[in-house]
Design a protein around this ligand. Structure first.
Ligand SMILES: [Zn+2]
Length: 297
């Protein structure tokens, strides 16, 4: 196979250099090679400061198998896969032991389940994107990318469900509003035209709305983590200052991933506290109030 390649291609081809990779205690899956930034297709060129370690041109099966090899996406994939397992565990644990023990009412179960479900969706969409971003079809890559964006919005809105329910209102109407918002944003973002140029304005508008919602909750720590996460995401710090040195570990996107998990986890911990207090602090709902009014008059 090597002999059949044209001489020009052979010169530029960058095969896994065994002398630099062989002493890494990882499995380099057969038939999967890594590429430099110059060698990857245009649609994968997103961060010039990550200079090496790219997977590309793979069929679905090999994309999946590449989960066990070291590439510049390994940390991104595993950070959110572990994040998914964390929120899955928390969901099972909360719904089967924490909530029954604190004697909360049925609404709390729903709120909890929705919040944690949104976090899990976010994590899985992200894992999917980072696994299949090396797919040989550009269309498949873009589909996964929009699913990743949609997942982030769902995760953020997932924070908003318990936030709005416990912090502001004790009213199922608001819950339904947020739920429809989640659904609408998700549908808009997985739409094939979402990433096209003629939808640029709509795309910006949706992101501004979702980001704007982020500023409503009152708790500052949430802002701090989210702000820091976005800062890393946008500025491509620190690899910007160390191009080529943080290809596998320490890149901005990995920091973003860890902060997203941390943000959801922090939010979940905050909500656990609210859930227990909710049944005691929630005022009687409007229907009850008006009924009381009628009786009083
Ligand atoms: Zn990501």
């Amino acid at each position: 196979m090597l002999l059949k390649m044209p001489q020009k291609l052979l010169k530029t081809a960058h095969f896994i250099e065994l002398d630099s990779y062989q002493h890494w205690p990882v499995l380099i899956t057969q038939r999967i090679r890594l590429y430099t930034y110059e060698q990857i297709p245009l649609f994968l060129k997103e961060n010039p400061f990550i200079t090496d370690g790219y997977r590309a041109h793979l069929p679905s099966k090999l994309c999946l198998r590449s989960i066990f090899m070291l590439s510049n996406e390994t940390v991104n994939i595993w950070s959110h896969l572990l994040g998914f397992l964390l929120f899955f565990y928390l969901a099972v644990n909360d719904l089967t032991s924490v909530l029954p023990a604190s004697g909360v009412n049925r609404e709390d179960y729903v709120i909890y389940a929705i919040g944690l479900f949104c976090f899990q969706v976010c994590m899985l969409c992200s894992v999917g994107y980072h696994l299949f971003s090396c797919h040989r079809s550009e269309k498949t890559c873009r589909r996964w990318l929009s699913l990743d964006y949609a997942g982030i919005s769902v995760g953020i809105l997932g924070c908003y469900v318990p936030g709005i329910f416990y912090a502001f209102y004790c009213n199922t109407l608001y819950l339904l509003t947020v739920l429809s918002l989640i659904l609408a944003v998700f549908c808009a973002q997985v739409h094939p035209r979402y990433l096209s140029n003629d939808w640029k304005r709509i795309r910006m508008a949706i992101f501004c709305c979702v980001a704007g919602i982020m500023f409503l909750p009152r708790i500052l720590v949430m802002y701090l983590i989210a702000g820091t996460a976005f800062l890393f995401y946008v500025t491509k710090i620190p690899e910007r200052y160390f191009p080529g040195q943080l290809n596998y570990l320490g890149a901005s996107h990995q920091v973003w991933h860890v902060l997203v998990v941390l943000m959801f986890y922090w939010w979940h911990q905050g909500c656990s506290h609210h859930a227990v207090q909710h049944s005691r602090s929630c005022p009687p709902d409007e229907q009850q109030l008006s009924r009381t009014d009628q009786i009083m008059s």
